[in-house]
Write a protein that binds this ligand. Sequence first.
Ligand SMILES: NC(=O)CC[C@H](N)C(=O)O
Length: 359
Amino acid sequence: MDGYLHLAAGKTFEGKWAGKVPAAEIKGEIVFFTGMTGYQEVLTDPSYKGQIIVFTYPLIGNYGVNKNDAESKRPQVSGVIVYEVEAECFHYESEMPLPEYLNLWGIPLLSSVDTRDLVQQIREHGSMPAVMDSSPVREEGITLVPECKAGKVSTTVIQKYGKGSHHIVLYDFGYKKSILNLLRKEGCRVTVVPYQTDFETVKKLDPDGILLSNGPGDPKEMTGILPEIKKVIEYYPALGICLGHQIAALALGADTKKMLFGHRGANHPVLDRESGKVFMSSQNHSYVVDGCSLGGTGLSPRFVNSNDGTVEGLQHHALPLVTVQFHPEAHPGPTDSNYIFDEFIDIIKSTERKAVHYA
Ligand SMILES: NC(=O)CC[C@H](N)C(=O)O
């Protein structure tokens, strides 16, 4: 059965439904991911909430879906677009084929789409609203209602994990399981808190450090929480990842802006200006901290994207605060930047129990 993808910029793409035909139209922001592997991690990363994802690699699904690679309890994307999907899977760990998994969660999968042409459209017009349906013609315009997406994926209750010697409060804006796993591997006990948690509540939990997680949407949807986040990062050693990096920057007075089509893939080169080394990183973001907005914030760009010069991470001149736009927890993609977690733990060890106003 034929299915269609309509872009807000006007063009319609034809494909075949691989699985159930959706009963109603599916709306989302269309974005593309360039990694050759890691589709399960991408689909289950809460940062993709509300987005329709296009995989540029032409064959998706050949190793199925397994028990270990999910970054959250369910696929989070609104829809999936591929060139060719493999309905049989060939991997000893595979639990089920990809189309079956998406079907189970009612997420539409459109295959046989000309993904090369589609990605060119996104590169030209930007990531934009799109609709998947079974009608070849779309007359209505396509718009998306603004909403706080992190609020939709964040936990509503405090959760505790592990027994390690360092205690980390993980602000859940839509955290990936790999962040929690890496913290636990580093010997941390982790308390996951809802995205709106205030400073006084954090203080009662008595952490040694704070991790501001990744998450979906525009960081400016989160302005309501910035005053509390400012207090938290002025008091405790902190690491911000992706949305967490953007929120920390906004809280300290910097600005963010939307890129045309963002960075989504597993091989984005980043320069660490402290070591002078370039590493490959896993990325998934549409927004970026505006490098021209850092004056007076105490923040300077420690990490820079080697392709386009955008800010990939910040260091504070006085606070024990490091933030990164890329994903040091990897999954999908290379683990080259795992060292950011070691650094964070070292900072915590050196400042432990001295968590008092650094500002
Ligand atoms: N992975 C993330 O945390 C993404 C951050 C933010 N939603 C962006 O698109 O820029």
